[in-house]
Design a protein around this ligand. Structure first.
Ligand code: FAD
Length: 390
């Protein structure tokens, strides 16, 4: 705890193993060395540091729960959560890169892929030799991915892929894309599309005010011939992409906590150093209210994601439980970022402090992987048995 510098008001570290604590320290050191010194400039310049991909591979940030025989970490879900938390203490965009690679590219290949596909792709993705992306969202189908228009036609010896995907993290830099498309019967299928296939392009989306150090783009498929062996054989229907999203959303529930912790720590420190009316602003009741509420919310979220992690380890976590944690953590983090911004006064809007960057990043995190409102409606449907979003 001391060296990690994270608040642990309820001694939650007692619930972690020595291995968890070691992983946290390793990732903390990695982020302090490889991300924190540069992230403000990368974000200001809207620069994706492509060299981070190999470095993430070396430190084991890609696919921590994938078995070691495929290059993964063979770790439990608490370890995965801790890794996401520490990366997002650095930056949500950097965490997005790792989340997509691990949960949205490696996970479906591991879970739904053939043995040949696992052996061909997973080691290269784990090491960071290749970067992957996950294409589900389309220009006209965001919260309702089941309506997707991207489609495949069986041409005998290959599939012909047509359509487009929008808002795809990592797309401009990817070597591999896991793409969801409908077959002639209207069933959703997963395919592995590789850079270099004719008719496949990945135009970048520019001018984002959020996740500026993460690259985002489209996936455009114009009569792309995809070999039959690139179809993920062991999945059919919307439950395929949704299964990947469960894993990624679980990671986000820890990740957003990292951004919240960074904002809280910065605000706590600033409030003790900044003097107004001859005393630290941390001595005023209104600042203390902000700090006390931040720590309370962080502690509640820490307990929630830890418990969810144990359920994940036992294979018992439900989609609905994951929804609740993703929504709670991101909302909590965004609220803390806004309050921390106020504590920093004018300095809070500058790149001298991480606050504004976290806040802007979290505006994407609250929308992607299921929006704030959709997750609320998932809980509502679980309570009442009546899905209000359909
Ligand atoms: P819409 O679905 O159009 O929603 C707009 C608003 O309407 C939201 O507030 C929503 O809550 C509300 N709404 C919609 N339906 C209902 C309803 N039934 N009831 C009540 N309210 C409703 N996608 C990928 O596939 N892969 C990626 O790697 C990826 N990365 C992303 C990176 C970034 C930076 C961003 C911003 C997005 C990314 N996405 C990615 C897409 C993301 O998942 C979608 O933006 C998200 O699912 C919401 O879809 P939408 O933007 O089309 O919004």
């Amino acid at each position: 705890y001391e060296s990690s510098g994270a608040p642990d008001y309820y001694n939650i570290d007692d619930l972690l193993t020595e291995e968890h604590l070691l992983i946290r320290q390793t990732m903390r050191d990695f982020v302090k060395r490889e991300i924190s010194p540069y992230i403000e400039k990368w974000a200001q310049d809207a620069h994706f540091p492509s060299e981070i991909v190999r470095k993430f591979g070396e430190v084991g940030a890609f696919g921590p729960t994938i078995p070691t025989e495929y290059g993964g970490g063979g770790l439990d879900y608490i370890s995965y959560g801790i890794i996401m938390q520490e990366i997002e203490r650095g930056d949500s965009g950097m965490r997005s890169t790792a989340s997509v690679q691990g949960s949205l590219v490696m996970y479906p290949i591991y879970k739904y892929g053939s043995e040949e596909q696992r052996r061909k792709y997973l080691p290269k993705l784990a090491s960071g030799e290749w970067l992957g992306c996950f294409g589900l969202t389309e220009p006209d189908f965001g919260s309702n991915p089941g309506g997707m228009m991207t489609n495949i036609k069986d041409m005998g010896d290959h599939y012909l892929l047509n359509g487009s995907k929008m808002w795809i993290s990592n797309s401009p830099e990817c070597q591999v894309a896991v793409v969801w498309a409908k077959n002639e019967e209207g069933r959703i299928k997963g395919l592995i599309v590789e850079r270099g296939m004719e008719g496949f392009t990945t135009p970048e989306i520019h001018n984002k005010w959020s996740l500026r150090a993460s690259c985002t783009g489209e996936l455009v498929f114009d009569n792309v011939k995809v070999p039959k062996e690139n179809l993920l054989p062991n999945v059919d229907g919307l439950r395929g992409p949704l299964g990947c999203l469960d894993s990624a959303r679980y990671g986000i529930s820890w990740g957003a906590l990292g951004a919240a912790i960074d904002c809280y720590e910065s605000a706590r420190k600033y409030s003790m150093e900044r003097i107004q009316f001859d005393k630290p602003i941390g001595g005023f009741q209104l600042t203390q209210k902000k700090l006390a509420e931040m720590l309370t919310e962080i502690t509640k979220a820490q307990l929630m994601v830890w418990r969810l992690g144990t359920l994940m380890n036992d294979g018992k976590a439900t989609t609905q439980q994951i929804s609740m944690a993703k929504r709670n953590s991101v909302d909590m983090a965004l609220h803390i970022a806004r309050e921390a911004r106020q504590i920093h006064g004018g300095m809070g809007i500058t790149g001298e402090y991480p606050i504004m960057r976290h806040m802007m990043n979290l505006e994407s995190v609250i929308t992607y992987e299921g929006t704030h409102d959709i997750h609320l409606l998932i809980t509502g449907a679980d309570i009442t048995g009546i899905p209000a979003f359909k």
